[in-house]
Structures are given as C-alpha cells and as structure tokens.
Design a protein around this ligand. Structure first.
Ligand SMILES: NC(=O)c1ccc[n+]([C@@H]2O[C@H](COP(=O)([O-])OP(=O)(O)OC[C@H]3O[C@@H](n4cnc5c(N)ncnc54)[C@H](OP(=O)(O)O)[C@@H]3O)[C@@H](O)[C@H]2O)c1
Length: 407
C-alpha cells in the first residue's frame, strides 16, 4: 500500500471541484512516480470545513478560494506551519507576492502557482526552470481568454462589443461582472507575475499600466482587416533603458506574429531573448478542468524531489504505421482518364481526396492533391502503384500534412 499524501483543499468552486474530480481520476498514476498516493484530506468552503483542522491533517494546502482575504491569511498560516502551498490566485500573487515568497523562503516550503497565469499553459515553470539560463528581454502575452474571445468574435463575425460580450457571458467565457477582464486588470495581474519572474525584481499590480477593450468599435476591426492586421489585447513586459515596462493594452499585430493566430478563449505567451530568439507557449487559458490540470501538476511537482528521472509506469507500444493526411504531387501526361485511374488506386487503399488542383504544363499536367488521413502503409502502397502507371512523367512526391485539429 502506498503512503497517502494528504491535500487540504481550500475552495470548492469551478476549479476546486474540477481539481477533486481530476485527482480522483489520476491519483493512482502518481504512485510509481512519487511513492505516495495523493488524496484530499479536507475541504473548506464558506459553509463547510474548519481551517485549523484541515491544516493539521494536510501535507500540502491547495488554495482555490480567490481574492485577497481570507486566502492570504490561510496561505501564510499554511506555510508558517511548514506546508507546501499551491494556488491559482493571480490577484493575491500580484499584490502580496513578495510577502508570500519571503514566507515560503523563511519556512523552507514551496509556493507553486502555475494555474495563476494562462491556465494550463506552463509558462511559470518554463520561466523558472527551462529558461532559467537565459536573460528574458521581453514577454508578450494574450493572457485573458475572455477579451480574446470578444475580439475574435468582433473581428470574424462583425459583432459589436456589447453583442460579443453578451455571447461570451452566455457561453461561460465571461463572468456576470466582467469588469476585471474587459478593463485589462486581470491581464495586468498576470503580467505583473510574469514580469516578477522574468526580471527577478518586485512588480506590484499597481505598477502595471492597463487599458481595456471596452472602447473598441467595429470600425477598429474594419481597419485591422483592411490592413491585414489582427487586433488583440496584449500584455507586454520588457526591459527598457531605465528599467522595465509592464503594460496591457489593445494592439494591432502583423499576421506573422505568433500571437496573431491565437483566437477565441485561448491564451499564449511569447518569451524573447537574444539567445532563444522567441519561444511561444499557447493553450486554454481558463476553465475548471484546464486550470485544475495546472494545479495538480504543481501538487505532483511539490511531492517529488527535484530533477526526477523518467519512470516507466506503463508498457506502451511504439507504433509506426500511424494515420496521416498527405499532400500528393504528380507530373502526368495530359490525357483523358488520368485522374480517374489515380483516384481508383487511391480508393482501393481507402484514401479519400480532400482537394485536387490540376495545372496544364504543355502536353503534360501537374496534379496536386490533399488526402484525408489514412494509415501511412496504405497510402504508400497506393503511391507505389501510381508510380508504375505509364502516364507518370516522374515519381510522385508525397509530404505529410498536419491537420489544424488538435486532440
Ligand atoms: N475559473 C477559472 O477558469 C480560473 C482560471 C484560472 C485561475 N482561477 C483562479 O482559481 C481560483 C478559484 O476560482 P474559481 O473560479 O474556482 O472560484 P469560485 O468558483 O468562485 O469558487 C470559490 C470557492 O471558494 C470558496 N470560498 C469563497 N470565500 C470563502 C471563504 N471566505 N472561506 C472559505 N471558502 C470560501 C467558495 O465557497 P462556496 O462554495 O461556499 O461558495 C467556493 O467553493 C481563483 O483564484 C481564480 O482566480 C480560476
């Protein structure tokens, strides 16, 4: 029987309840890695639980209450009692971070907060660990999914700001009171935390200049479209001659910028430095199960000694004959029946054509196809047969296509 690692859970709302459900599903997977099985030993909400009792029975405390008090008091008391703390509370960290980190240092405990910035996107860990060796010069971020959703809808469907906001509320992307999101304050809190980590200097939320999206109109969107630009709410933290600048405001982006293609409620952060040039991380920026994933990741990190080596916990087969979509390029004699014969050979292997373009080349023609995903072995069997047809002018060329859809 694995030893139990006890978690005191403060808050059982959107993220807290998702955390409990995720832990129930994933707890066994951590036993081989940590030697312990994490379990919730107590839950505190406004109507149930006693903080002192929960603390006495916990090895680690997860704070998912939000806001400043009583979250700040509980987090400090937990750390003073020698407990690691995991929190997703951006308001607390952006305003009382220095006090909390000093307390963590003094008591030799970990304070982890991946879920506080950009939901499940692991930007905190990357800044603190993976890129610890580089001197980050600038961070650009789309760190508020609500405003990115609203701007995406205004740009793509021509909705007014009010219409897009109402839709965001109906879909649960915006709170009933969306003030913190649309004024840029929520993004400002997250940028303060990122700037603190990137530049190793205290940054308080009050020092971040922020401007929201409430004043943007359909006309701004039209200009953006005419110019080929995207309009986004961008957080920036950068080194400047006099020190650092941390700000949030709407900004036009050229289509080549990594953040220009971040649409809907997604978040993304671009980290820049001389040595790494640019690294962009993106993914779902909020939501109960998504944020709970970041929180549970922090719990597991706190459970294991640093620099763990990979453990084998499952025996999975490495598969080579996977499904892939393909681009197929053929130079053929321009005569009747060519396309039909190619299509027949593809069809025999179960390949289905997504699109086809034919272009004349004098007596010859170029046929370019995109095929829907199929097992690679079947695709190459068809290509082998196609290559032997007498009207082929050269060997067919194939390149895999990565679909726009994710898992
Ligand atoms: N929701 C997201 O998508 C998301 C994303 C990233 C980060 N976060 C952060 O995660 C944290 C939790 O957010 P949430 O959306 O889960 O909030 P929520 O749904 O409002 O849940 C808050 C929970 O805290 C409890 N609580 C409130 N005041 C309390 C008090 N004085 N004493 C004890 N318990 C109290 C509530 O109790 P009752 O059940 O009794 O009301 C509720 O269970 C926040 O810091 C938030 O910024 C959330």
């Amino acid at each position: 029987m694995a030893e139990t690692f006890r978690i005191g859970l403060l808050g059982h709302g959107t993220v807290g309840s998702a955390f409990e459900a995720l832990l129930a599903e994933r707890a066994d997977a951590f036993v081989p890695i940590t030697g312990m099985r994490p379990e919730i030993s107590g839950v505190l909400t406004r109507s149930r639980g006693d903080f002192e009792e929960i603390l006495a029975n916990a090895d680690l405390v997860v704070e998912l209450i939000g806001g400043i008090e009583p979250a700040r008091d509980y987090v400090l008391r937990a750390m003073r009692a020698g407990r690691h703390v995991v929190s997703a509370n951006k308001q607390l960290l952006s305003q009382y971070g220095e006090e909390l980190w000093a307390c963590a240092r003094e008591h030799g405990v970990q304070l982890r907060f991946e879920g506080a910035v950009a939901g499940v996107v692991p930007v905190i860990r990357v800044l603190q660990e993976s890129l610890a060796a580089t001197r980050v010069e600038r961070i650009h971020g789309i760190v508020n999914g609500t405003t990115n959703y609203i701007l995406t809808e205004m740009a793509s469907r021509g909705l007014s700001y009010d219409e897009a906001l109402r839709q965001a509320q109906e879909l649960g992307y915006a709170e009933a009171d969306p003030t913190d999101d649309v004024t840029g304050r929520d993004a400002a809190a997250k940028m303060a935390i990122l700037a603190r980590l990137a530049f190793s200097t205290p940054v308080h939320l009050d020092q971040v200049v922020y401007e929201g999206i409430e004043h943007l109109t359909g006309e701004d969107m039209e200009y953006a479209k005419d110019l080929g630009l995207g309009l986004k709410l961008i957080g920036t933290a950068e080194r400047v001659d006099a020190g650092i600048s941390v700000r949030v405001h709407p900004a036009f982006l050229y289509p080549g910028h990594p953040l220009a293609s971040i649409h809907g409620p997604f978040n993304a952060v671009t980290l820049e430095s001389d040595t790494i040039t640019e690294v962009t991380l993106s993914g779902p920026g909020a939501g109960g199960p998504q944020t709970a994933t970041a929180v549970l990741g922090d719990v597991v990190s706190a459970m294991i000694p640093p620099a763990s080596t990979p453990e084998t916990t499952e025996a999975l087969t490495v598969v080579n004959d996977i499904e892939s979509a393909f681009y197929l390029h053929m130079e053929v004699a321009d005569r009747p029946g060519v396309l039909a014969q190619v299509a027949e050979l593809l069809g025999m292997q179960g390949a289905s054509i997504k699109s086809v373009v034919q272009q004349g080349l004098g007596h010859d023609a170029r046929l370019v196809m995109i095929l829907h995903p199929l097992p690679e072995s079947r695709f190459y069997a068809a290509v082998h047969l196609i290559g032997q047809l007498d009207f082929m002018r050269s060997s067919p060329r194939a390149i895999r296509v990565i679909e726009e859809e994710f898992i």
